[in-house]
Design a binder for this molecule. Structure first.
Ligand code: NAI
Ligand SMILES: O=C(O)[C@H](O)CS(=O)(=O)O
Length: 480
């Protein structure tokens, strides 16, 4: 398979161009060559996005945008298996989770289709100000223009749609730069939109290395907004380079989960095994730190280790696989060095910690300290730490002791305590009696501190992808 950038519906995959090979992370089989875009292609794609915004999307009625999104959702639903198998192969994500990602992606498209018809604004009571009589004022939410969507490898379909679908719902055009590690589902997605009737120039795909096309894309004057999901260093770079553009950044996390003494431990153990090890922990709201009240600690740890060891490890394309490889050897080796670093400073491995190529076994750490990398930084790997605590005050302090603040989980039957702790946690979102890793695609999602800027979740992304415009009329009879 050889795939390239798609600009105004034309694919750029000529023989003489530079390519990058994509390998299946599980068995290193070659699955595709991607033909890399250069800056000239990028500029052409931005010009195309800009022109199509002004010629077509800016004035496309809401019902048409909604219909295109709905049709794309239906096409995706019909091709669920093909997308799920592609994600399993390119990302190494177990098939059951890849299917779940496609189901969510279909919903995101349907939410966006519905919201496209409900982009409301308001009438301003201008008579509230002295001299404001006989004036009418109202706002409109207008599209921004060209939205640059830069996406990561871990949810190559759904996290891309969290940008593409609201951008189109709002009437923008999109310059889409997917992760070069997982470009195939992105390529298939662009074709799906075009098949559903989206004008080809409204969604242009650039297959390029982030470090090469990233800066010119982010700095281009005809790009009006950059929406990025990915790592903190790249996010910081984008923020610095983007100038006056609107920027949404969905960055990392080291999400805490807190189990108080009255929690439903049985359920929490089961959910937190998934919460830490789904897609090998390469989920930014993965349960990385689990704080367990000291009275439950020993029994929690015993049961947690036992259920973790029962996970079926293997080929992501097998139906029964729970746990597969990491995205590549470098990522797995980096994670192993963090385990070794913690052990050298006194931490213990309760289970796991074994590395073979891209496969790092599900790893549970104990006796950790706050300054160890596996606690202080984002592990983005199958490593979770179990930490005892005594008091509510102590556990809130420990949870907040982080540069990140994306999502947390709190488990208790005491609703007053749950709400108190939720208020105290410095997070973009807090789930009560649910793991930090749980996300629905219609709630506001995004971080505080260095976890990011702005919110996704279709309605909220549309807010961030539109500009509020005020229009006022002086109704004085003499003027009309
Ligand atoms: N908060 C959130 O919703 C999520 C955050 N993440 C974060 O993403 C990271 C893992 O994903 P990766 O794909 O490895 O992240 P990454 O930051 O390496 O790459 C993400 C995207 O940025 C592009 N890129 C790289 N350098 C660039 C530059 N200089 N300018 C513009 N674009 C550039 C890449 O090509 C890719 O498309 C983790 O740190 C994780 O926390 C991942 C998923 C969700
Ligand atoms: O959509 C999700 O489940 C998460 O946003 C994925 S990630 O952002 O945590 O990686």
């Amino acid at each position: 398979m050889r795939i390239g950038s798609i600009i105004n519906g034309k694919e750029y995959n000529e023989e003489q161009r530079e390519t990058l090979t994509v390998y299946n992370p599980y068995n290193q089989e070659k699955i595709a060559d991607i033909v890399l875009a250069n800056v000239e292609d990028l500029n052409k794609a931005i010009e195309q996005s800009f022109d199509t915004f002004h010629s077509t999307m800016k004035t496309m009625p809401a019902y048409q945008r909604a219909n295109i999104l709905l049709k794309t959702a239906n096409l995706l639903e019909d091709r669920k298996e093909s997308f799920a198998e592609t994600i399993a192969k390119e990302a190494g994500k177990p098939l059951k989770y890849s299917r779940g990602e496609v189901d969510r992606a279909v919903q995101v498209l349907r939410f966006a289709s519905e919201r496209a018809k409900h982009i409301y604004s308001e009438v301003i009571p201008l008579d509230a100000a002295v001299g404001g009589e006989n004036r009418l004022g109202f706002t409109k939410r207008i599209p921004l223009g060209v939205v640059a969507a830069i996406t990561p490898f871990n949810f190559p379909l759904n996290l891309s749609l969290h940008k593409l679908a609201p951008a189109i719902a709002a009437g923008n055009t999109v310059l889409f730069k997917p992760a070069e590690k997982t470009p195939i589902s992105a390529y298939m997605l662009v074709q799906l939109f075009h098949e559903a009737g989206l004008p080809t120039g409204a969604l242009n795909l650039i297959m390029g290395k982030g470090e090469e096309v990233g800066d010119p894309l982010v700095q281009h004057e005809k790009v009006h907004k950059v929406t990025f999901t990915g790592s903190l260093p790249v996010g910081k770079n984008i923020r610095e380079k983007a100038g006056f553009k609107k920027v949404t950044l969905e960055l990392g996390s080291n999400s805490p989960n807190i189990l108080f003494e009255d929690a439903d431990m049985e359920q929490a153990v089961e959910d937190l095994v998934k919460g830490a090890f789904a897609f090998s922990g390469q989920v930014c709201i993965s349960a990385q730190r689990i704080y367990v009240h000291h009275s439950l600690y020993d029994s929690f740890l015993k049961e947690y280790v036992s259920q973790t060891e029962a996970l079926t490890i293997g080929n992501p394309t097998n139906e029964s696989t729970d746990f597969g490889p990491m995205i590549n050897k470098d990522a797995a080796e980096r994670a192993k060095t963090w385990i070794d670093d913690a052990v050298s400073k006194g931490a213990k491995i309760a289970t796991g910690g074994k590395l073979d190529g891209t496969m790092l076994t599900p790893t549970i750490m104990t006796e950790v300290k706050n300054d160890m990398k596996i606690i202080a930084e984002e592990v983005f790997a199958p490593i979770v730490s179990i930490i005892p605590f005594e008091t509510e005050e102590e556990v809130v302090k420990l949870s907040n002791d982080s540069i990140y603040g994306l999502q947390a989980g709190v488990f208790t039957k005491d609703i007053n305590r749950a709400l108190r702790v939720a208020n105290e946690l410095e997070m973009g979102g807090v789930w009560i009696n649910e793991i930090s890793t749980y996300r629905q695609d219609n709630h506001p999602y995004g971080g505080v501190k260095q976890s990011g800027i702005g919110r996704e979740g279709v309605k909220y992304a549309i807010d961030d992808m539109t500009e509020l415009k005020f229009i006022g009329i002086n109704l004085n009879e003499k003027r009309l």
